[in-house]
Structures are given as structure tokens and as C-alpha cells.
Design a protein around this ligand. Sequence first.
Ligand code: GUN
Length: 295
Amino acid sequence: MSANIIDGKEFALKVRTRVAEQVTILKADHGLTPGLAVVLAGDDPASHVYVRNKNKSTLAAGMKSEEIRLADTVSQEEVLAVVERLNADPSIHGILVQLPLPSQVDETAVIDAIDPAKDVDGFHVVNTGRQAVGLDAMVPCTPLGCIMMLKDQLGDLSGLNAVVVGRSNIVGKPMASLLLGENCTVTISHSRTKDLPAVCRSADILVAAVGRSEMIKGDWVKPGATVIDVGINRIELDTGKTRLVGDVCFSEAVEVAGAITPVPGGVGPMTIACLLANTVTAACRIAGVSEPEIG
Ligand code: GUN
């Protein structure tokens, strides 16, 4: 039997619509326009595409959008000065510094410099720590989007076995922490994990975030499992054309899983939607108003 294919595009549209409604209410009732600043240093073409999409979506949701482009040769001091200026700007509630940064800039030092209240990426250690102990925190957008899709699909996640493949600070670790917060039994697996296929087969929820094209095969998936594929890998076909694929071999896994996210059109669209949602959350917390409830 073929799995239910989770439509991330449609879900993201719902989240973006909800965010736009919240923004309308915040403007009308509190004179508050949430503002997001995105800092992009260097010429990475993929980063330029992401940033352009973020800018468009932010404006479409009725928010203020500021884009700061810096040269590939920018110094650490210059990046830090931009962050300081944005920290002090009352019209900006969310700051996102697009990664990777040019090699001469220390990413950790830059993330540390962002006001944790404006850290809509949820990468600052204050937010990582607060989330881990169950306090209000800004939560990284990709894992947040994955949790939203899982809860929509499965309802209560309590007691389910969740396996996260990958241990990055951006996805794997926060994903595991959020799943633990939902009362899953969580395993983080990685390149040194013994018998990874068997570990994956134990998962009711399998989250793939390793960045390796179609690494997870159909027979690694437990029948009926929910599979969330965070990978976005560009592969070259025999024809010379390129195609986006995930970390999961979709054509195999779709025959075994209960539900699965496609690539593209699964997790990807949810990330930007969650960034917008995080910006509204940050604006409300900074302004001391509660987030508008919609419908
Ligand atoms: N580069 C790739 N993904 C991300 C992300 O989620 N946030 C930031 N800041 N940079 C990224």
C-alpha cells in the first residue's frame, strides 16, 4: 500500500495565512508591525535564493522586511556591528543571519551576538537551553515545521519511538529535543551509529536530516511509520539535468511508510512559514502582547 503524502506546500500556506491574519490584528489593535531582518554575506547562490524567498514571504504576510547584503570579504567586526544595530532597532523583532558565513567570520560569535529575544532561528544557546528545559524559547524553524506536520498527521506523539538521523545543531539536535518534549522515546543516530538500518526500522517516526541523497532505503522503514525527510540534495541525472532529492529513497519508502513528506514540497515550504510565525511570536513577546488567536 502506498503512503499518505504529506503536502508541506498546502500546510505552509495555511500557516502563512494564519500569520498574515495575526499581523493584521497586531497592526490594528496594537499598532505593532512585526519586522524581520535577514543578513546575507557572500555570494552563495542557494543562500541568495532562500533570502529572496524569505523577503517576499515576509512582505506578503504584511510584515516589515529588511535585507542586509554584505560582501564576501566582510570582516567579523562589520557583521557584529550590523547585528548590534539590528538588536537596538525597535522596528526589528527578528534577526536571521544566513548561514554559512564567509570563512573569515566566526559563526558562533555572530549567533552569540544576536539578542536571544530576536533570535528567530532559535540558534542562540539561550534559546537552545531554554527549549531543552521546557521554557518559552525561539525554536529553530525546520524542526518546528516538522513537529507541526507530525502533530497534524498523528495527533498525540506520546510514547512513539522517534529516530532522528543526523545530529546537526540546526536540525538533528533541536528536532530530538522537540520530540522529547512531545513525550516520544527518542534516538539520535549518526555516521557512527551501528546497524543504522535496524535503528531506523525501530522508528514509528523517522526524521532524516543527514544531507546524503536517498541514503535511507525502503527496507529501513518500519511498515506504517511516518517519515519526515529534511534533506534537500541536488543530484545530476544521466541527461545532464539536475533534480532535487531528499535523504530518503522516496520511491521505495512510499511503498512502506504510513505517511511521508516529499522532496521538494514537504519540509522545505514549512521552514519559511515557521520563520514568519517565529517573527510574530518574537514581536508579541518583545511588545508584551499576547499572540492573536485565529479561528
Ligand atoms: N542556512 C540554511 N538553513 C538555514 C537556516 O535555517 N537559518 C539560517 N540562518 N541559515 C540557514
